[in-house]
Design a protein around this ligand. Sequence first.
Ligand code: FAD
Length: 416
Amino acid sequence: MKHRIVVLGAGYAGAYVAGNLARRLSPKDTEITVVNAVPDFVQRMRLHQLAAGRDIEAPKLADVFAGTGIRLRLARVTAVDPERQVVAVTDTDTDGVVGGELGYDTLVYALGSHGADHGVPGAAQHAFDVAARASALRLRERLDSLDRRGEGGSVVVVGDGLTGIEAATEIAEARPGLSVALIARGELGARLSAGARGHLRRACDRLGVTVLERTSVDAVEATRVRCADGTALASDATVWTAGFGVSPIAAAGGLEVTGNGQIVVDRTMRSVSHPNVYAIGDSAYAIGDNGRPLPMSCASAGYTGRQAIEAIVGRLTGRKIANTKLVYTYNHISLGRRDGILQTIDDEGQAKPKHQGGRQPARIKAGILKMALWATSHPTYGMPKRKHRLAAAPDAARREGAHVAASRGPRAQHRH
Ligand SMILES: Cc1cc2nc3c(=O)[nH]c(=O)nc-3n(C[C@H](O)[C@H](O)[C@H](O)COP(=O)(O)OP(=O)(O)OC[C@H]3O[C@@H](n4cnc5c(N)ncnc54)[C@H](O)[C@@H]3O)c2cc1C
């Protein structure tokens, strides 16, 4: 029987890892299945652009994986049972509800993250978000209808993390008829260096974004946002960027997770509780080379993915497992299409005094987005053509055994 590798999620992390495993492992003794809920690759890093009105490419996963030998199953993962080594799925490409269980020998868990309201009343009902394509498109429709009305309108972006900053500036630039406010719990761009904060403030002024600092939102209503200080802000479209969470599926399946549901992994991205399970990207709680949790980010999806590829190929083929880099060194932030900030990060995860602002970082960011799309939609490019056969006991990993105890670290920060 072939060794069954099942990859859950075909985002930046999952698509990349699946393709690379297909390139490196021989199909004579491995079979790789990717399960993804939607048929195309979603460029999450550009969803604020989609919401603002831009069209973004969404390559079909069937094309991405064509010729790689990977089986694509369009299905929603509903449960993981790591003791029985099965995943429960409901197919999404059929009219009737079809589903079942999918057995695996090695599981790669890459289900990413989603917007989370952290229980703020009304946020789930009334706010929009840019964390998933469907919700970004809903926001776009609302902005279109406000534009069509021709009387202006107010957009309130809650949260001044990097996603909130990018969303507010992008919408303000693309929709000059609307007034955009950005709500920051502390000082605007608190995680940036002083110079970068100054650049951000000037960009907000230029684009007409009203910044409300040291403001917490208590509740979201249909046409306004209520703040903790008792004030209310009129809002025709509230954009919630103040929280990101991960699916409860891993925790429900009994995998060792952090308080926010990320799977705790070792240096090789292997679950510390279930050795046949690897977690990568936003779903993984991985410690970087600086001893700190890697933030949820596309960069971390790449680094954790590369390390998981080395570990899976190494363990299955009996090769030495290389330690690949696990770092987070830059924030690339777009401020609309023509401005941006490049902020370097030190080993403590803090902004270095040095930053770059203006057109050049905007161009670099646009290049990064293109590269990320290209790398994900050509997942096997540049990898060695020679396929490795499995070591004598291909299911060695299954027997590897005893569940490993591990301590939980501090809660991960994330890029958003
Ligand atoms: C607007 C925005 C801007 C961003 N900008 C940046 C940036 O500039 N730089 C940066 O580094 N990061 C950025 N990020 C963060 C970055 O997009 C994520 O960290 C990255 O997408 C994580 O990759 P991933 O593969 O773990 O998850 P995802 O890319 O989210 O992929 C997860 C995949 O799993 C699928 N899936 C989820 N649940 C299920 C299920 N139950 N069943 C089946 N399939 C499922 C999804 O459809 C998706 O295909 C941004 C995020 C947003 C929302």
